[in-house]
Design a protein around this ligand. Structure first.
Ligand code: IPE
Ligand code: IPE
Ligand code: MG
Length: 225
């Protein structure tokens, strides 16, 4: 049986969920944020899961209408402020990944504050990928390494990335089967699970079933059984 240590999720389908109910797209983001809290709490109580990395805002999402981007910025800030007690209660360490420098000073402060206040939590590590793009992450890492004298190894590059842990299981909700510039390096040997369920409808029962299927997969890593 495989143990799932690191789960990454592309939380997709918020906008379609809202539109299906005749609501504005941003309503889907709001409900989606409550699902983030539920799934994080579930993972923090799971015996095998050590890390949960959630795609919240990509380097490409700036292309969206200004009002939606602004709403998402406010939502991230509100979420991090309001949910901090839940992180502390569940011993969850918050470790953002992505290029945070593009955010307002106030949002950056909130992100750093959540990181600092949970720094001593030693249960689940929950990462929100914020202004995250895997290509951007790799390029930033390579630029930091380029002036050191040795030839760059896989280990060196891996240690320089925002997210240093290989992913065991990637889940994408919302029905699309693509990676959308997420964790390209860390997904090298991940099991991929695509579900049509839209993120605001995604429950711990859905997650439990996906984990159960994952535990039964034969992972060979290029070797033989
Ligand atoms: C994912 O849901 C959340 C973000 C990208 C911020 P979407 O907003 O992409 O929802 P759909 O895919 O348009 O339904
Ligand atoms: C991926 O979803 C990014 C996040 C979930 C934050 P998108 O909705 O932005 O991806 P595409 O545009 O369908 O590839
Ligand atoms: Mg989408």
């Amino acid at each position: 049986m495989n143990k799932v240590k690191h789960i990454a999720i592309i939380m997709d389908g918020n906008g379609r969920w809202a539109e299906l109910q005749g609501k504005k797209r941003v309503k889907g983001h709001e409900v989606g944020a409550t699902v983030v809290k539920d799934i994080t709490t579930y993972c923090s109580n799971h015996k095998d899961i050590e890390r949960l990395t959630l795609y919240a805002f990509s380097t490409e999402n700036w292309k969206r209408p200004k009002l939606e981007v602004e709403f998402l910025m406010k939502l991230m800030q509100r979420y991090l402020k309001n949910e901090l007690p839940i992180y502390l209660e569940n011993n969850v360490r918050f470790e953002p990944i992505g290029d945070l420098s593009a955010f307002s000073k106030s949002l950056q402060d909130t992100i750093h504050d959540a990181k600092e206040k949970t720094a001593n939590c030693d249960g689940l590590i929950q990462s929100l990928a914020l202004n995250y793009g895997a290509k951007n992450e790799i390029v930033r890492a390579v630029n930091r390494l380029k002036n050191q004298p040795d030839e760059i190894t896989e280990e060196m590059l891996s240690n320089e990335l925002d997210c240093k842990d290989e992913v065991d299981l990637l889940i994408r909700t919302g029905g699309d089967c693509r990676i959308s510039n997420y964790l390209l390096w860390q997904l090298a040997y991940a099991e991929l699970s695509f579900t049509k369920v839209l993120w605001p409808d995604f429950t711990t029962e859905h997650l439990e079933k996906i984990i159960e299927d994952f535990t039964k997969v034969e992972r060979r890593f290029g070797g033989l059984k």
